[in-house]
Design a protein around this ligand. Structure first.
Ligand code: PLP
Length: 345
């Protein structure tokens, strides 16, 4: 196996990171006169734990993954950006992104002036590892996979992912933002076997916490160290750490919500099936449905005018005529169905 650390940009390897006031453990009851904070308005006056250790311990228990394999960020979007910055030399290195997929991989690559090569999924949105491996060039440092994939909503075949992990001598980022809706555990158990695997997870979906912005990267401790080195010192704020800890102690809530969403996903699928303008509903492993309709632009704006907002995905590869519908509450879904039925043809 090649050495992951050799893939890191030289300037990042040599970087001396900012040393924040609380890097050394201050101990309970210490008089804190080191960080120019206000002595008033406890506890909000204090900078938060830069490495979010308490939160990581809890996540470590929940995911059965050691805390030195966990990076926490301001949404998993932060991890996407940092990974590109750590591994990809602007104007020189390149990344491969499956197509169609989540738009932020390309946006982050573009911001960092890193060239993107797209490799299209099959018509049914399955992954062809051989096609992707054939697209690798000397400059390819990183591959982005997403399972279940957005916007196609399907899980990618684990054996195709493993093929890429074994044969590509670079970083494989596997985004599992929607894994909790898939009825599978995802690829976390493979972290120990593949040092080039980085898994992204988020509290924005099944945990119902998109507003607090907490996402994570799970990877070899060597990669985690570099993510910690380049992140802003206090990238996860105090309120987010507090709320996340509270919610992560009520796992039942999350399980209950997932069950409701999965029941509603099935219900929505059944009811959409009978509607005249609906041509195809793709099988979903996520909390949304990709639906091919007669007139996507017309339907999108009709729904929009009535206050129901969905996403038009027609312009994306293999998604011609498709809208993406997030599974809502029963009331919200009823509203959507009623409008879809009343769409004037
Ligand atoms: C595949 C995928 N990854 C990541 C994200 C963003 O996650 P976060 O809210 O943690 O930044 C999204 C958001 O829609 C997504 O669809």
């Amino acid at each position: 196996m090649f050495d992951i650390i050799d893939l890191i940009r030289n300037n990042i390897r040599e970087l001396i990171p900012y040393s924040s006031a609380r890097d050394e453990n201050s101990g309970d009851g210490a008089v804190l006169l080191d960080a120019n904070e206000s002595p008033y308005n406890t506890p909000f006056n204090r900078y938060p734990d830069p490495l979010q250790m308490e939160l990581k311990e809890r996540i470590s228990d929940l995911l059965s993954t050691p805390s030195d394999r966990i990076f926490l960020g301001n949404g998993s979007d932060e991890a996407i950006d940092l990974l590109i910055r750590i591994f990809c030399e602007p104007s020189a290195d390149r990344v491969i992104i499956i197509d169609p997929s989540y738009g932020m991989y390309k946006v982050c690559a573009d911001i960092n002036n890193v060239r993107v090569d797209f490799v299209s999924l099959n018509e049914d949105f399955s992954l062809d590892a051989d096609r992707l491996l054939a697209a690798l060039i000397q400059e390819t440092k990183m591959v982005f996979l997403c399972s279940p994939n957005n916007p196609s909503s399907n899980l990618l075949d684990p054996s195709e992912i493993i093929k890429i992990l074994s044969e590509f001598q670079g970083i494989v980022v596997l985004d599992e933002a929607y894994i909790d809706f898939s009825g599978t555990d995802g690829m976390l158990p493979l972290l120990g076997d593949y040092k080039n695997l980085v898994i992204l997870r988020t509290l924005s979906k099944a945990w119902g916490l998109a507003g607090i912005r907490l996402g994570m990267a799970l990877a070899d401790p060597g990669i985690i160290q570099y993510l910690n080195k380049v992140k802003y010192p206090y990238n996860v704020n105090y309120l987010t750490q507090l709320k996340a800890l509270e919610m992560l102690h009520s796992v039942n809530n999350k399980e209950d919500w997932i069950e409701k969403i999965l029941t509603e996903r099935k219900e929505l699928e059944n009811r959409l099936t009978g509607i005249a303008v609906v041509k195809k509903i793709y099988p979903s492993d996520a909390n949304f449905l990709l639906v091919r309709v007669e007139d996507p632009v017309g339907i999108y704006s009709y729904l929009n005018k009535q206050g129901v907002i969905v996403r038009n995905r027609s312009h994306m590869t293999h998604c011609e005529g498709c809208i993406r519908i997030t599974v809502g509450t029963p009331d919200e879904n009823n509203r959507l169905i009623a409008l879809m039925k009343s769409y004037p043809q």
